[in-house]
Design a protein around this ligand. Sequence first.
Ligand code: ADP
Ligand code: MG
Length: 340
Amino acid sequence: MFTPISEIGEFGLIDRISVILGEVANEDVLEGIGDDASVIRIDDDRAEVVTTDGLIEGVHFDLSFMPPEHLGAKSLTVNISDVVAMNAQPRYATLLLGLPGHVSVEMVESLYRGAKKVCDAYGVTIVGGDTTGAHQLTIGVTLIGYAHPDRVVYRRGAQPGDLLCVTGDLGSAFAGLRVLLRQRMELAEEGEGFSPNLESYRYVINRNLTPTARLGFVRQLETAGVLPHAMIDISDGLASEINHLARRSGCGASVHEAKLPIHPQTRTVARELEESPTHFALNGGEDYELLFAIAPEDAEKLDPGHVTMIGEFVEGEDVMLIREDGTSERLAATGWDHFG
Ligand code: ADP
Ligand code: MG
């Protein structure tokens, strides 16, 4: 009997893989499977942080509205974001390219120009990779970073009473994706006569096409003398990530709908599509903001222009959404599952 992967989902599958790999017996492995990146102690002053993430054509992007330069940039950014989410400095990368026949030399060059630009901005050096044929354009990146072992921040570690904070705003990358999808549909319907209106949606489209990792913010945390108790980056959506933090920390959490930071353009797009901005913020994903837990006394040390307190950690295991009307409901981890 064979089990379709959709039956157990992406996370169920990773659990099955973990069982085969077994307990890690090496005490220098500070974190194996289960966080944004793995953490390996080099010595008492240095830990290495390693992560791998891939982008596959037709799954993560569509070449018809993702220019290769943006794609190269994004493939680095999503990995840098995972290293940053461990409170570490990203440093070295290797890049796997799987190339189908429809990809030209010039496209690969653009892709690398985009990758190089991001690397320069974050202090990352590409030190190698692999190139192979493939049925769809496939980009796999491995990112290595460093931190002091005592300053690495994991998904575990939040305590009841901690504040739940998030950088930037939520749901805008998803709003941008919806705008691009809508314009592609309109183009198909109206043909040549269609002229896309991208200017009114510039912010949300950029959030989707050219995401950024919050390296600057973790530097601010250090300057402010704040070490979060737990942290994760938002790749799959707030609802999913808050559940990861709560489960790994062994506590529950409450999120206040009224406090969710949502950009006016995101609200406009949601309204036009007759959908809820809260839904965009909770389940949109790909924002690459940081979601973290801090002790309440640290709150005043953070710049309110860069971070919003959206809730708190509580005893128990339930993750609850407190609606603007005062009602509350369980916030399910409805993040993106590749096999769901
Ligand atoms: P993120 O969304 O932060 O990139 P993922 O959901 O991709 O994290 O991965 C969750 C955890 O599972 C990570 O610790 C990752 O290293 C691990 N993982 C994912 N896929 C595999 C795999 N095929 N083999 C081993 N570990 C994996
Ligand atoms: Mg992550």
